[in-house]
Write a protein that binds this ligand. Structure first.
Ligand SMILES: *Cc1c(COP(=O)(O)O)cnc(C)c1O
Length: 457
């Protein structure tokens, strides 16, 4: 790199366009240029350190610049940086597949790689559809998908079709395939005005009604297990996932678990499905799989589904799908080093312990008058800000309340990124307890400064 800091800034203003960013607002703010990282910190161009409170978009696991992962990538670089999985194979992909299957819920036996969470979901959707055409006896009418409101599965068109966040998804309607949408379990804003556990998960009845009515045309139900992430860190009550699994089995519909956000230890088990003893038919993983170092994703599935794709070439039962950088060797090497660290540091158990600490430390934030709800599972938390607590009235969007809190937290040395009016905490899993505490304190103060004064009694 040869550009001076001044040249970089000038170029940035002239050439860049960022994801999920209103550029008009952004252009009026100072850019934060991240020049480095170390452990749980991001370091800006001036050398200032910030706690990485959202794990670099929910991906980072062991921190930044972890010697063992850096070394594994370098070692792979000495061999080869990239080679294709279309017709060839390579050791890191094979070894990683074996390791993932060993960790996966029972029945998942096959790993199909891609390179981001959206494509891992696309793969699951296409596999499900094609499975029903090729199973014996074929059931080609099963080609629709059921998904949940507030669900998020990525930004490519298939993933958007099964998405349920109107703000992100509604405008692309003309490009999408139709899906069946049901309510999830959003207890803080329950559409049935029920409360758990007295409700006995009555919200799931809607899914059952859809399946009872038209299971013979439904290929699969798509769910984010335990927590709907981008929809606002909506934590499902216990038993919800298991009920959905039972219904899928009863009505002979596949279950696709999108573990892109919740997988890789985030919720206190390696896969979130484990917590309800659920084994899905297809499982999508991404984000943390290569420890937040490199893009890598995978779709895991069962022998039953895999076998439906076997046949002579002329039968054309092949799965006609594959991305150029599918299963990149450097990314697989990073993922293998990450799994070694999971074992060595007993990280999943550590997440459970820090999860209990986080719950205790978040509790006092409820005293803030702008805090409506705090939702947490493992090292994943969402703090829903409200204008008026009793009525649960949201802040008007033009106040960009989440963004205000983000800027206040940044001034105090932590990077967080909101989902609308929900402040998200998703630190690297390996964060030390004292720094986790510091992160919570910073967010508490940021809410006191930026949100409380705008809330009403
Ligand atoms: C982030 C996310 C995706 C999309 O992953 P990308 O790598 O951004 O394509 C899909 N599903 C869930 C649950 C996610 O959180």
């Amino acid at each position: 790199m040869t550009a001076s800091p001044q040249q970089l800034l000038e170029l940035e203003r002239r050439c860049m366009w960022y994801p999920f960013t209103q550029m008009q607002t952004y252009a009026a703010e100072e850019p934060l240029v991240i020049a480095g990282g170390e452990g749980p910190y991001l370091i800006d161009a001036a050398g200032r350190r910030y706690l990485d409170g959202v794990a670099s978009l929910w991906t980072n696991v062991h921190g930044h610049r972890v010697p063992a992962i850096d070394a594994a990538i370098r070692a792979q670089l000495e061999r080869i940086a990239h080679s294709t999985l279309l017709g060839l194979t390579h050791p890191p992909a094979i070894e990683l597949a074996g390791r993932l299957i060993a960790l996966a819920p029972p029945g998942l036996t096959r790993v199909f790689y891609s390179d981001n969470g959206s494509t891992a979901v696309e793969v699951a959707l296409k596999m499900a559809l094609q499975f029903w055409r090729q199973t014996t006896p074929p059931q080609p009418r099963k080609q629709r998908f059921v998904s949940f409101r507030e669900g998020y599965h990525g930004d490519t068109l298939g993933a958007v079709s099964v998405g349920g966040i109107d703000l992100f998804h509604a405008r692309y309607g003309p490009l999408l395939f139709p899906t069946l949408k049901v309510h999830g379990a959003f207890c803080y804003r329950c559409h049935l005005q029920e409360s758990f556990p007295a409700c006995r998960l009555r919200c799931v009845d809607e899914l059952e009604a859809v399946l009872a009515r038209q299971a013979e045309e439904i290929a699969a139900v798509v769910i984010e297990p335990l927590v709907q992430g981008a929809g606002g860190m909506i934590v499902a009550p216990p038993g919800h996932l298991a009920r959905v699994r039972d219904l899928c089995r009863r009505y002979d519909v596949l279950l696709i678990a999108d573990e892109v956000a919740v997988g890789c230890g985030r919720t206190g088990t390696f896969f979130a499905c484990e917590q309800e003893g659920v084994a899905p038919d297809l499982l999508a993983m991404g984000k943390g799989v290569a420890a937040g170092y490199l893009p890598l994703a995978a779709t895991l599935t069962t022998e039953r589904i895999y076998e439906a794709f076997l046949g002579a070439p002329a039968e054309q039962k092949t799965f006609f799908h594959g991305h150029t950088f599918t299963g990149n060797p450097l990314a697989c090497a990073a993922a293998l080093a990450s799994l070694d660290l999971f074992e060595k540091t007993n990280l999943v158990q550590a997440v459970r312990e820090k999860s209990a600490l986080l719950a205790a430390w978040l509790q006092p934030l409820r005293r803030r008058r702008s805090v409506g709800d705090i939702r947490q599972r493992g090292l994943l938390a969402g703090i829903e800000l409200v204008r008026q607590r009793d009525s649960r009235a949201p802040f008007p969007p033009e106040l960009t309340i989440g963004h205000r809190v983000t800027l206040a937290a940044r001034r105090r040395g932590a990077i967080v990124r909101p989902l609308g009016h929900v402040v998200v905490l998703m630190p690297p899993l390996a964060i030390e307890p004292d720094l986790l505490r510091e992160l919570v304190d910073i967010v508490d103060q940021a809410i006191a400064e930026a949100a409380d004064p705008l809330a009403k009694e």
